[in-house]
Design a protein around this ligand. Structure first.
Ligand SMILES: [Zn+2]
Ligand SMILES: [Zn+2]
Length: 146
């Protein structure tokens, strides 16, 4: 566990209707360049922090303002339940069906996103040509996260 990672973090969607607390440190912090993540975020890659235990994340406001999109056209065939704000559309977190003890948090929603430091990049074959790779963090698909 890095000392730079706070043990409690907060985050929200853009409009603030949904807020959450995170406890503990992520066991994996990574960028994903796959088309699935690119489309969902509307950005050029997705920044993720993986936490062990779904109780690592507590929605502190706006639980009823969450929508869930179950997406199963993934490389692995496993369904990803992508949670986002009904009002502003911000992607917030994912429950992967294949890993019921894991919650994946979109790091851009953190109130202190500087604490997010990726150590892995996934699906680098899909990385856009003008994005600079992080040395020694390159994975063709999904790396071991622990
Ligand atoms: Zn919102
Ligand atoms: Zn992805």
């Amino acid at each position: 566990m890095s000392t730079a990672t706070p043990s409690t973090q907060t985050g929200s969607c853009l409009c603030g209707a949904v807020t959450y607390n995170l406890t503990g440190a992520p066991f994996s912090s990574f960028l994903c360049h796959c088309a699935n993540c690119r489309k969902f975020t509307g950005s050029t890659y997705q920044a993720n922090s993986m936490y062990a235990g779904r109780d690592s994340l507590t929605v502190t406001k706006g639980e009823s303002n969450l929508s869930v999109h179950a997406y199963n056209n993934t490389t692995s065939g496993n369904t990803l339940r992508r949670h986002f704000c009904k009002s502003c559309g911000s992607p917030l977190f994912i429950y992967p069906d294949a890993a019921p003890g894991v919650v994946v948090v979109m790091s851009g929603g953190l109130d202190d996103p500087a604490a997010f430091a990726p150590t892995k990049e996934c699906f680098v074959k899909d990385r856009l040509p003008w994005v600079t790779p992080i040395e020694a963090a390159q994975f063709e698909a999904v790396p071991p996260h622990r």
